[in-house]
Ligand binder design. Structure first.
Ligand code: PLP
Length: 336
Protein backbone atom coordinates (compact mmCIF):
# COMPACT_ATOMS: atom_id res chain seq x y z
CA UNK A 1 0.00 0.00 0.00
CA UNK A 2 1.41 3.36 -1.03
CA UNK A 3 -1.24 6.02 -0.56
CA UNK A 4 0.94 8.96 -1.56
CA UNK A 5 0.19 7.83 -5.11
CA UNK A 6 -3.23 9.43 -4.69
CA UNK A 7 -3.81 13.20 -4.67
CA UNK A 8 -4.56 14.41 -1.15
CA UNK A 9 -5.32 17.83 0.27
CA UNK A 10 -4.44 18.11 3.95
CA UNK A 11 -7.45 19.16 5.99
CA UNK A 12 -7.03 17.42 9.33
CA UNK A 13 -4.69 17.00 12.28
CA UNK A 14 -3.07 13.61 11.87
CA UNK A 15 -2.18 11.24 13.39
CA UNK A 16 -5.15 11.38 15.73
CA UNK A 17 -4.34 10.22 19.28
CA UNK A 18 -4.63 6.58 20.34
CA UNK A 19 -5.48 6.62 24.05
CA UNK A 20 -6.04 4.02 26.76
CA UNK A 21 -9.31 4.34 28.66
CA UNK A 22 -8.28 3.28 32.17
CA UNK A 23 -11.34 4.44 34.10
CA UNK A 24 -13.78 3.01 31.59
CA UNK A 25 -11.91 -0.30 31.39
CA UNK A 26 -11.95 -0.59 35.19
CA UNK A 27 -15.67 0.20 35.42
CA UNK A 28 -16.55 -2.37 32.78
CA UNK A 29 -14.14 -4.97 34.16
CA UNK A 30 -13.48 -6.49 30.76
CA UNK A 31 -10.67 -6.13 28.22
CA UNK A 32 -8.28 -3.18 27.94
CA UNK A 33 -10.22 -0.56 25.98
CA UNK A 34 -8.47 2.02 23.84
CA UNK A 35 -9.88 4.81 21.72
CA UNK A 36 -8.72 6.15 18.36
CA UNK A 37 -9.64 9.82 18.45
CA UNK A 38 -10.97 10.55 14.98
CA UNK A 39 -13.33 12.95 16.71
CA UNK A 40 -10.17 15.10 16.94
CA UNK A 41 -9.41 15.51 13.23
CA UNK A 42 -9.76 19.25 13.79
CA UNK A 43 -11.95 20.32 10.86
CA UNK A 44 -14.83 22.40 12.30
CA UNK A 45 -14.96 20.09 15.34
CA UNK A 46 -13.74 17.02 13.48
CA UNK A 47 -14.98 13.55 12.72
CA UNK A 48 -14.43 10.69 10.33
CA UNK A 49 -15.47 12.51 7.14
CA UNK A 50 -12.31 14.64 7.30
CA UNK A 51 -10.10 11.71 6.25
CA UNK A 52 -12.34 10.94 3.28
CA UNK A 53 -12.55 14.59 2.26
CA UNK A 54 -8.77 14.88 2.01
CA UNK A 55 -8.88 12.57 -1.00
CA UNK A 56 -12.25 13.76 -2.37
CA UNK A 57 -11.38 17.46 -2.23
CA UNK A 58 -8.04 16.81 -3.93
CA UNK A 59 -9.94 15.15 -6.78
CA UNK A 60 -12.43 18.03 -6.95
CA UNK A 61 -9.60 20.57 -7.20
CA UNK A 62 -7.81 18.48 -9.85
CA UNK A 63 -11.01 18.52 -11.90
CA UNK A 64 -11.29 22.31 -11.65
CA UNK A 65 -14.52 22.24 -9.64
CA UNK A 66 -15.86 25.44 -8.07
CA UNK A 67 -18.64 23.88 -5.95
CA UNK A 68 -18.90 20.83 -3.71
CA UNK A 69 -22.33 19.21 -3.86
CA UNK A 70 -23.34 16.64 -1.29
CA UNK A 71 -26.23 15.32 0.76
CA UNK A 72 -27.07 13.78 4.12
CA UNK A 73 -29.61 13.64 6.91
CA UNK A 74 -30.54 16.94 8.57
CA UNK A 75 -27.93 16.54 11.34
CA UNK A 76 -25.28 15.22 8.94
CA UNK A 77 -21.73 15.40 10.27
CA UNK A 78 -20.59 14.71 6.73
CA UNK A 79 -22.31 17.82 5.36
CA UNK A 80 -20.80 19.93 8.16
CA UNK A 81 -17.27 18.69 7.44
CA UNK A 82 -17.80 19.10 3.69
CA UNK A 83 -18.94 22.69 4.28
CA UNK A 84 -15.78 23.28 6.33
CA UNK A 85 -13.55 21.69 3.69
CA UNK A 86 -15.14 23.88 1.01
CA UNK A 87 -14.55 26.99 3.10
CA UNK A 88 -10.97 25.94 3.73
CA UNK A 89 -10.10 25.52 0.03
CA UNK A 90 -12.27 28.36 -1.27
CA UNK A 91 -15.03 26.39 -3.00
CA UNK A 92 -18.78 26.89 -2.73
CA UNK A 93 -20.78 24.17 -1.01
CA UNK A 94 -24.37 23.18 -1.73
CA UNK A 95 -25.96 20.42 0.36
CA UNK A 96 -29.29 18.64 0.34
CA UNK A 97 -30.59 17.64 3.77
CA UNK A 98 -33.05 14.77 3.99
CA UNK A 99 -35.78 15.07 6.62
CA UNK A 100 -35.10 11.49 7.72
CA UNK A 101 -35.73 12.26 11.39
CA UNK A 102 -38.80 14.35 12.20
CA UNK A 103 -39.71 13.53 15.81
CA UNK A 104 -36.89 15.21 17.75
CA UNK A 105 -36.75 18.57 19.56
CA UNK A 106 -37.71 21.98 18.22
CA UNK A 107 -34.08 22.83 17.46
CA UNK A 108 -33.35 19.75 15.38
CA UNK A 109 -33.42 21.66 12.09
CA UNK A 110 -31.51 24.72 13.27
CA UNK A 111 -29.02 23.68 16.00
CA UNK A 112 -25.94 21.44 16.03
CA UNK A 113 -24.60 20.62 12.60
CA UNK A 114 -27.20 22.73 10.77
CA UNK A 115 -26.08 25.85 12.63
CA UNK A 116 -22.47 25.20 11.62
CA UNK A 117 -23.41 24.45 7.98
CA UNK A 118 -25.09 27.83 7.72
CA UNK A 119 -22.24 29.64 9.49
CA UNK A 120 -19.80 28.26 6.95
CA UNK A 121 -21.98 29.53 4.08
CA UNK A 122 -23.11 26.14 2.93
CA UNK A 123 -26.24 26.53 0.82
CA UNK A 124 -28.86 24.13 2.20
CA UNK A 125 -32.05 22.75 0.69
CA UNK A 126 -34.27 20.28 2.50
CA UNK A 127 -35.82 17.20 0.94
CA UNK A 128 -38.57 14.94 2.29
CA UNK A 129 -37.58 11.48 3.54
CA UNK A 130 -37.43 8.49 1.26
CA UNK A 131 -36.07 10.00 -1.96
CA UNK A 132 -32.98 8.62 -3.71
CA UNK A 133 -30.73 11.33 -2.29
CA UNK A 134 -27.74 10.58 -4.51
CA UNK A 135 -30.07 11.01 -7.51
CA UNK A 136 -31.31 14.30 -6.01
CA UNK A 137 -27.71 15.48 -5.68
CA UNK A 138 -27.01 14.48 -9.30
CA UNK A 139 -30.02 16.55 -10.43
CA UNK A 140 -28.84 19.52 -8.40
CA UNK A 141 -25.41 19.22 -10.03
CA UNK A 142 -27.06 19.19 -13.46
CA UNK A 143 -28.92 22.40 -12.62
CA UNK A 144 -25.72 24.02 -11.37
CA UNK A 145 -23.91 22.99 -14.55
CA UNK A 146 -26.64 24.57 -16.68
CA UNK A 147 -25.97 27.80 -14.73
CA UNK A 148 -22.28 27.68 -15.59
CA UNK A 149 -20.96 26.23 -12.31
CA UNK A 150 -18.50 23.34 -12.06
CA UNK A 151 -19.90 21.07 -9.38
CA UNK A 152 -18.09 18.08 -7.90
CA UNK A 153 -20.54 15.61 -6.40
CA UNK A 154 -19.60 13.82 -3.19
CA UNK A 155 -21.86 10.87 -2.37
CA UNK A 156 -23.61 10.60 1.00
CA UNK A 157 -21.03 10.12 3.76
CA UNK A 158 -18.22 10.56 1.22
CA UNK A 159 -18.43 6.81 0.73
CA UNK A 160 -16.94 5.82 -2.59
CA UNK A 161 -13.52 4.22 -3.24
CA UNK A 162 -11.74 7.61 -3.31
CA UNK A 163 -13.27 8.63 0.03
CA UNK A 164 -12.60 5.22 1.54
CA UNK A 165 -8.88 5.74 0.87
CA UNK A 166 -9.05 7.97 3.95
CA UNK A 167 -9.82 4.95 6.10
CA UNK A 168 -7.21 2.78 4.44
CA UNK A 169 -4.88 5.58 5.57
CA UNK A 170 -6.38 5.38 9.06
CA UNK A 171 -5.74 1.63 9.20
CA UNK A 172 -2.10 2.28 8.29
CA UNK A 173 -1.84 5.06 10.88
CA UNK A 174 -3.41 2.96 13.65
CA UNK A 175 -1.30 -0.13 13.00
CA UNK A 176 1.77 2.11 12.83
CA UNK A 177 0.94 3.64 16.24
CA UNK A 178 0.32 0.22 17.75
CA UNK A 179 3.53 -1.24 16.33
CA UNK A 180 5.61 1.73 17.47
CA UNK A 181 4.25 1.34 21.01
CA UNK A 182 4.45 -2.46 21.02
CA UNK A 183 0.68 -2.87 21.39
CA UNK A 184 -1.13 -5.86 19.92
CA UNK A 185 -4.63 -4.86 18.81
CA UNK A 186 -7.14 -7.71 19.09
CA UNK A 187 -10.27 -5.99 17.84
CA UNK A 188 -11.53 -2.72 16.36
CA UNK A 189 -15.12 -1.56 16.93
CA UNK A 190 -16.95 1.43 15.42
CA UNK A 191 -20.29 2.67 14.05
CA UNK A 192 -21.08 2.03 10.39
CA UNK A 193 -23.50 3.96 8.19
CA UNK A 194 -22.69 4.83 4.57
CA UNK A 195 -19.95 2.16 4.81
CA UNK A 196 -16.81 4.04 3.72
CA UNK A 197 -15.20 3.94 7.13
CA UNK A 198 -15.42 0.18 7.58
CA UNK A 199 -14.72 -0.51 3.89
CA UNK A 200 -11.57 1.63 3.96
CA UNK A 201 -10.35 0.14 7.25
CA UNK A 202 -10.89 -3.41 6.05
CA UNK A 203 -9.28 -2.70 2.66
CA UNK A 204 -6.29 -1.10 4.36
CA UNK A 205 -5.85 -3.97 6.84
CA UNK A 206 -6.20 -6.45 3.96
CA UNK A 207 -3.56 -4.62 1.90
CA UNK A 208 -1.21 -4.57 4.91
CA UNK A 209 -1.84 -8.19 5.83
CA UNK A 210 -2.80 -7.07 9.33
CA UNK A 211 -5.40 -9.56 10.54
CA UNK A 212 -7.27 -7.41 13.07
CA UNK A 213 -11.01 -8.11 13.17
CA UNK A 214 -13.23 -5.06 12.70
CA UNK A 215 -16.83 -5.00 13.91
CA UNK A 216 -19.13 -2.31 12.58
CA UNK A 217 -22.30 -1.51 14.47
CA UNK A 218 -24.94 -0.55 11.95
CA UNK A 219 -26.90 2.61 12.67
CA UNK A 220 -29.49 2.01 9.99
CA UNK A 221 -29.40 -0.99 7.63
CA UNK A 222 -30.07 -4.58 8.64
CA UNK A 223 -26.94 -6.73 8.98
CA UNK A 224 -27.06 -8.64 5.63
CA UNK A 225 -27.55 -5.47 3.61
CA UNK A 226 -24.84 -3.58 5.50
CA UNK A 227 -22.39 -6.45 4.97
CA UNK A 228 -23.14 -6.36 1.23
CA UNK A 229 -22.62 -2.59 1.06
CA UNK A 230 -19.40 -2.59 3.08
CA UNK A 231 -17.95 -5.61 1.30
CA UNK A 232 -18.70 -4.24 -2.20
CA UNK A 233 -17.00 -0.94 -1.36
CA UNK A 234 -14.09 -2.67 0.40
CA UNK A 235 -13.43 -4.78 -2.71
CA UNK A 236 -13.44 -1.67 -4.92
CA UNK A 237 -11.19 0.18 -2.49
CA UNK A 238 -8.73 -2.72 -2.24
CA UNK A 239 -8.59 -2.77 -6.03
CA UNK A 240 -7.93 0.98 -6.16
CA UNK A 241 -5.12 0.58 -3.61
CA UNK A 242 -3.68 -2.27 -5.67
CA UNK A 243 -4.02 -4.99 -3.02
CA UNK A 244 -3.47 -8.49 -4.37
CA UNK A 245 -6.13 -11.16 -4.16
CA UNK A 246 -9.81 -11.19 -3.28
CA UNK A 247 -10.88 -9.43 -0.10
CA UNK A 248 -12.80 -12.14 1.77
CA UNK A 249 -16.39 -11.44 2.70
CA UNK A 250 -15.84 -12.74 6.23
CA UNK A 251 -13.49 -9.81 6.91
CA UNK A 252 -16.64 -7.68 7.07
CA UNK A 253 -18.28 -8.16 10.45
CA UNK A 254 -21.44 -6.20 11.16
CA UNK A 255 -23.95 -6.23 13.99
CA UNK A 256 -27.34 -4.52 13.85
CA UNK A 257 -28.53 -4.93 17.43
CA UNK A 258 -28.01 -1.24 18.32
CA UNK A 259 -30.13 0.34 15.58
CA UNK A 260 -33.23 0.45 17.80
CA UNK A 261 -36.32 2.05 16.23
CA UNK A 262 -34.27 3.42 13.31
CA UNK A 263 -31.72 5.91 12.02
CA UNK A 264 -31.32 8.87 14.35
CA UNK A 265 -33.83 7.41 16.81
CA UNK A 266 -32.57 7.34 20.40
CA UNK A 267 -32.16 4.12 22.37
CA UNK A 268 -31.70 3.62 26.12
CA UNK A 269 -28.40 1.84 25.48
CA UNK A 270 -27.09 4.79 23.42
CA UNK A 271 -28.00 7.31 26.14
CA UNK A 272 -26.39 5.13 28.82
CA UNK A 273 -23.24 4.65 26.72
CA UNK A 274 -22.85 8.37 26.02
CA UNK A 275 -23.23 9.22 29.72
CA UNK A 276 -20.84 6.41 30.71
CA UNK A 277 -17.99 7.62 28.47
CA UNK A 278 -18.62 11.27 29.36
CA UNK A 279 -18.60 10.49 33.09
CA UNK A 280 -15.64 8.08 33.17
CA UNK A 281 -13.35 9.70 30.61
CA UNK A 282 -14.69 13.15 29.71
CA UNK A 283 -15.11 12.12 26.06
CA UNK A 284 -18.22 13.07 24.10
CA UNK A 285 -19.93 10.72 21.65
CA UNK A 286 -22.96 11.47 19.46
CA UNK A 287 -26.56 10.18 19.55
CA UNK A 288 -26.78 8.90 15.95
CA UNK A 289 -23.50 7.06 15.27
CA UNK A 290 -20.71 6.80 17.82
CA UNK A 291 -23.15 6.55 20.75
CA UNK A 292 -24.74 3.47 19.21
CA UNK A 293 -21.37 2.03 18.18
CA UNK A 294 -20.05 2.49 21.70
CA UNK A 295 -23.25 1.03 23.18
CA UNK A 296 -22.51 -2.01 21.01
CA UNK A 297 -19.00 -2.28 22.43
CA UNK A 298 -20.30 -2.02 26.00
CA UNK A 299 -22.86 -4.75 25.29
CA UNK A 300 -20.16 -7.03 23.85
CA UNK A 301 -17.92 -6.49 26.89
CA UNK A 302 -20.80 -7.23 29.28
CA UNK A 303 -21.65 -10.37 27.32
CA UNK A 304 -18.07 -11.58 27.82
CA UNK A 305 -17.15 -11.39 24.13
CA UNK A 306 -13.54 -10.42 24.95
CA UNK A 307 -10.94 -11.95 27.24
CA UNK A 308 -9.53 -9.73 29.99
CA UNK A 309 -6.12 -9.96 28.36
CA UNK A 310 -7.41 -8.60 25.05
CA UNK A 311 -7.02 -5.06 23.77
CA UNK A 312 -9.98 -3.51 21.96
CA UNK A 313 -9.82 -0.21 20.07
CA UNK A 314 -12.97 1.86 19.71
CA UNK A 315 -12.71 4.11 16.67
CA UNK A 316 -14.38 7.37 17.70
CA UNK A 317 -15.84 8.73 14.48
CA UNK A 318 -16.95 12.06 15.98
CA UNK A 319 -20.35 13.73 15.79
CA UNK A 320 -20.69 15.30 19.25
CA UNK A 321 -21.96 18.52 17.63
CA UNK A 322 -25.26 16.65 17.14
CA UNK A 323 -25.66 16.44 20.94
CA UNK A 324 -26.96 20.01 20.75
CA UNK A 325 -29.79 18.89 18.49
CA UNK A 326 -30.70 16.12 20.97
CA UNK A 327 -30.24 18.09 24.19
CA UNK A 328 -33.59 16.99 25.61
CA UNK A 329 -32.23 13.43 26.00
CA UNK A 330 -29.48 14.45 28.39
CA UNK A 331 -30.91 17.14 30.64
CA UNK A 332 -30.70 14.76 33.57
CA UNK A 333 -29.92 17.29 36.27
CA UNK A 334 -32.41 19.98 37.13
CA UNK A 335 -31.17 23.35 38.31
CA UNK A 336 -31.22 23.61 42.12
C1 PLP B 1 -20.75 9.27 9.02
C2 PLP B 1 -20.48 8.86 10.42
C3 PLP B 1 -20.26 7.51 10.77
C4 PLP B 1 -20.38 6.39 9.79
O1 PLP B 1 -19.33 6.33 8.89
P1 PLP B 1 -19.59 5.72 7.45
O2 PLP B 1 -18.32 5.85 6.76
O3 PLP B 1 -20.70 6.57 6.85
O4 PLP B 1 -20.04 4.32 7.62
C5 PLP B 1 -19.95 7.20 12.07
N1 PLP B 1 -19.89 8.16 13.02
C6 PLP B 1 -20.12 9.46 12.73
C7 PLP B 1 -20.06 10.43 13.85
C8 PLP B 1 -20.42 9.86 11.43
O5 PLP B 1 -20.65 11.14 11.16
Amino acid sequence: MHLARFPRYRLGHFPTPLERLDRLSAVLGGPEIWIKRDDCTGLASGGNKTRKLEFLVAEALAQGADTLVTQGATQSNHVRQTAAAAARVGLHCHALLERRVTNQGAEYETAGNVLLDVMMECRIDFRPAGLDMNAEAAMLAETLRSQGCKPYVIPGGGSNPVGALGYAACAEELIGQADAAGLRIDHIVHATGSAGTQAGLVAGLFAMNAPVPVTGFSVRAPRPRQIDTVHALAVQTAELIGARGELPRDMVMVRDDQVGPGYGQPTEAMIEAILLLAQTEGILLDPVYSGKGFAGLVALVRAGAFAKSERVVFLHTGGSVALFAYGHLFQTQKAA
